[in-house]
Design a protein. Structure first.
Lengths: 225, 332
């Protein structure tokens, strides 16, 4: 599903943020991407959702070499990927419901087709009473959940999440993790970037560990710290 | 065909809300309100200043097109008029009995094949023709003002002008024939020049509109860069993003176009009165009327204003589309 071959990344003429990153993500897998702050987790995720181009190496997403992909092809691939940003990226002039429905609207679905799904999902993530609220009135945790709901509403084949539980209390964090696990059981590959060891310890999943720009693939572990 | 689908899908009922000031628009029934869930906020694309600029451009385009149309109509009517007439000019100098000579010439002309009507003009009629330039004065009667005979010809079976001219020269002294060809040629030259000038002005207005829309598109995209990024991340292609901007520019074009065209229509409605009020005296008024006719625009002229609104709306939409694609290409 995803393959990185000796990928390197540098911003401008600065030092390499990522060096010789090589790994595979298989369909239906669940990975944690971890490492200290500044290790390059967000940059790696940005490479995955095609927001950055690597300085060297090859990236294959759904079998497509991103170096050869035209912009139209990138849009088609992104529809198969759900993304949760660390800074949420909700659109302030749309309600919570409209934000969550955005990927389906972009796919060309009609509102009557997805209205119930969006409402049900918002209830599930605990935002049933904030459906018509605008993002600026939501708390950090509520924005986080709205962003997650937007990422998963289209049942993506790959879910990328950058610190998805960073702004929520442990109970909501566990609930969101269950949502990710449930999606994974339904066939979605999941990569969660986090340095929340408590979260990682709850699930036996391989850990992609970034340290000083280099990646090590750790074996699945649970409760180890 | 996407332009047509944009037109079909556009929330037309909300246009009224876009034209009216916000306080009044808020009191309109819900179906006339602008949809609240547009992905790109309308206010971030088409501000009031941009609407005013496009409205002024449309107003200028409508005035130019309407003016050219009016001149063309007036000139066509004039050419038609003078093409079916010839004028015989009788020099009163060295003629003892001008009235008798006028009658003889008129009788001679009436007998010619292809002539349908002969109308000798009295000395008073000739003086009236000079009134706009010389005024109403008794001194005119003392001047050797040429006498005129208006001759209507059958345009389907016109007479041979050369034959008539030769016959007049042989039988009457001091009589000349004017078949108005020089006038027709000059009117056509003036009409073509006016049309060309109008096309140049329309071209400049279109160029200015395109430049304004390109600038507005870039500005709107810079303002909404965050929204564009989110749209990209949720899988929107350039066509989808472009349509979100286009619908605002289509609305802007229609709103501003209607305001500009309406203002131009009111100007044309008031033009006959304005010509009278601002005529600046009999001569200027007479000349302006010769150029513009009565100053009234007919139904086809008003339809031309509607066409200009459509063109302005299309120009806004297509320019913004090309602009959005260009900026998106630079983002890639």
């Amino acid at each position: 599903m995803i393959r990185f071959d000796n990928v390197g990344l540098r911003y401008g003429s600065g030092p390499e943020i990522l060096r010789d990153v090589t790994f595979h993500v298989h369909p239906g897998s669940f990975h944690f991407l971890t490492g200290p702050s500044g290790a390059g987790k967000t940059s790696l995720l940005r490479l995955l959702f095609m927001s950055l181009r690597p300085s060297r190496g090859l990236i294959f997403v759904f079998g497509e070499n991103l170096a050869d992909l035209p912009p139209a092809g990138r849009a088609a691939l992104r529809r198969r990927i759900g993304i949760v940003f660390q800074d949420f990226r909700l659109l302030d002039h749309l309600t919570t419901w409209e934000n969550v429905a955005l990927p389906l609207r972009v796919m060309g679905q009609t509102e009557s087709d997805y209205a119930d799904d969006v409402t049900d999902l918002l209830h599930w993530v605990g935002l049933g009473n904030r459906i018509h609220a605008y993002p600026e009135t939501l708390s950090g945790g509520e924005k986080q959940r709205a962003a997650i709901a937007r990422a998963v509403i289209g049942r993506p084949e790959l879910l990328l999440a950058d610190e998805p539980t960073g702004n929520v209390d442990p109970a909501i964090g566990n609930r969101l993790l269950r949502l990710f696990v449930e999606l994974n059981r339904l066939g979605t590959s999941v990569i969660i970037a986090t340095h929340d060891y408590a979260l990682m310890d709850q699930l036996e999943a391989p850990r992609l560990m970034l340290h000083e720009g280099q990646l090590q693939v750790g074996a699945p572990q649970m409760g180890a710290r | 065909m996407s332009f047509l689908s944009d037109i079909k899908d556009y929330p037309w009922t909300s246009l009224l809300a876009g034209i009216l000031p916000a306080r009044i628009a808020a009191r309109l029934p819900e179906r006339f309100q602008a949809p609240s869930s547009q992905i790109v906020p309308p206010a971030s694309v088409a501000g009031r200043a941009l609407t005013v600029v496009i409205a002024i451009m449309t107003f200028l385009a409508c005035l130019t097109a309407g003016g050219v149309y009016m001149v063309h109509q007036s000139a066509s009517a004039w050419v038609d008029d003078i093409a079916s007439e010839i004028t015989i000019e009788l020099n009163p100098l060295n003629t003892t009995d001008v009235e008798k000579k006028m009658t003889l010439v008129a009788l001679f002309l009436a007998k010619q094949p292809g002539v349908t009507r002969v109308k000798p003009m009295s000395a008073d009629d000739s003086a009236k023709l000079l009134e706009p330039w010389l005024g109403s004065t008794a001194a005119l009667s003392a001047l050797p003002v040429p006498r005129l005979i208006a001759v209507e010809i059958d345009r389907s079976n016109p007479p041979d002008m050369k034959v008539i001219e030769n016959a007049l020269n042989q039988n009457f002294e001091g009589v000349t024939l004017d078949d108005h060809r020089r006038w027709q040629s000059e009117i056509k030259t003036i009409t073509r020049s006016t049309a060309l000038g109008g096309i140049v002005v329309l071209g400049l207005v279109a160029a200015a509109t395109i430049a304004v829309i390109i600038s507005a598109t870039r500005s709107a995209m810079a303002t909404n860069r965050g929204i564009i990024e989110v749209l990209h991340f949720v899988g929107a292609n350039d066509r989808f993003i472009s349509s979100e901007f286009e619908r605002h520019f289509l609305g802007l074009g229609v709103r501003a176009g209607l305001v500009g065209a309406l203002a131009a229509a009111v100007t044309f409605l008031l033009l006959p009165f304005l010509l009278h009020l601002l005529g600046g005296g009999a001569v200027t008024e007479a000349e302006t009327r010769r150029l513009l006719g009565t100053g009234e625009l007919d139904i086809w002229g008003y339809l031309l204003l509607v066409v200009i609104v459509v063109v302005v709306a299309a120009l806004c939409t297509i320019t913004s589309r090309l602009g959005v694609f260009r900026v998106l290409k630079s983002y890639a």
